[in-house]
Design a protein around this ligand. Structure first.
Ligand code: PCA
Length: 327
């Protein structure tokens, strides 16, 4: 090789090496732990979001979704993102009410019981919620409600008294409290471990949407679902603040835009699937329908107690959310 050619080859190698290292410095790979199974509609929605981010940023930001609690268990996800062990994550919002009652705004019984009301409540809560998240070193990207929650059981429920002594699976403070006030015995179980808890008799009843009943094939263990519409709890997607600030403004804007779309698309999907999930429970032999008069009245009473308790815990911030919602 002539010395001129050698010089050119060296120059090309140096330039392409520099280009490659610039790319790897600028390009980021984020891990996104999620608690619910890969086929769940929230997880599917997040996968579509991650794919869109990759395409729209020309690969500058790649988000890898880890479903089903495979990277961090549900109960560990928030802490992992706060401390930067993962850059982005998703969790059911009300599970964090044990840290601050404000996180439970969407799980005040019978406060918001339709998709429309759920959106309205989220809009009312957003300023307070975002301020709280900032204190936790997190930035909110989007949130999507589950379909309305009802009661699963393996016998007919005619009144609240029928839950006396029943082993009741909870997934947050509100479901545990509802169990206690019904005289049931709460036991905390992640959705990813629900089938096992039902098959081993650790749990025999719980509150959840048709989505989780379908995802976990609960018809293999239970017989009834009562459409109580107690709430529409949200999953929310949050980013570690330092990870967020490490993105340039252009990338942040792309991510924010796609997050807004993910919220709309996920919510539309939840609403679209809500009835279908219930049909699936029925198609697999479960009795599905509204709660009878006595059962509904008993739950309503428990709901009133829990609303008072939540307001006492969430204080002025809680009251501000309720006032903005009812305006
Ligand atoms: N499914 C989740 C939370 C709310 C819902 O509908 C669960 O049961 O864990």
């Amino acid at each position: 090789m002539s010395s001129t050619l050698r010089k050119i080859a060296k120059a090309v190698a140096t330039v392409s090496l520099a280009a490659a290292s610039t790319f790897s410095l600028a390009g980021q790979k984020w891990d996104m732990p999620m608690a619910y199974t890969d086929s769940n509609f929230h997880t599917q929605n997040a996968k579509a979001f991650a794919e869109a981010v990759k395409v729209a940023t020309g690969g500058e930001l790649e988000i890898k979704v880890h479903g089903g609690g495979s990277l961090f268990k549900g109960s560990e996800i928030k802490r992992a993102v706060q401390t930067g062990q993962a850059q982005i994550g998703e969790r059911i919002l009300s599970a964090h009410a044990n840290e601050s009652a404000v996180f439970g705004f969407d799980s005040v019984p019978f406060l918001a019981t339709s998709f429309e009301e759920s959106d309205k409540l989220m809009a009312a809560a957003k300023p307070t919620f975002q301020k709280l998240l900032d204190k936790h070193n997190l930035v909110l990207l989007y949130s999507v409600p589950w379909p309305p929650g009802g009661f699963y059981a393996k016998k007919e429920l005619n009144s609240g008294a029928d839950l006396q002594g029943v082993k009741f699976r909870s997934y947050n403070n509100a479901t545990a409290r509802m169990a206690e006030l019904s005289g049931a015995v709460p036991v905390q179980v992640e959705a990813s471990e629900l089938s096992q808890a039902l098959s081993t008799g650790v749990a025999e009843s719980f509150i959840s949407s048709g989505a989780t009943g379908y995802d976990r094939k609960v018809w293999e263990h239970l017989t009834h679902w009562y459409d109580v519409k107690v709430w529409l709890p949200r999953n929310y997607v949050f980013v570690n603040k330092q990870a967020w600030e490490s993105l340039d403004e252009n990338t942040q804007n792309i991510v924010k835009g796609l997050a807004l779309m993910a919220e709309k698309a996920g919510t539309a999907r939840s609403e679209q699937l809500a009835g279908w999930y219930i049909e699936q429970l029925a198609a697999h032999g479960m009795n599905v329908g509204p709660a009878g008069e006595q059962l509904a009245a008993d739950f309503k009473k428990i709901g009133d107690t829990m609303t008072k308790e939540w307001l006492a815990q969430a204080g002025e911030e809680g009251q501000a959310i309720l006032d903005a919602y009812r305006k």
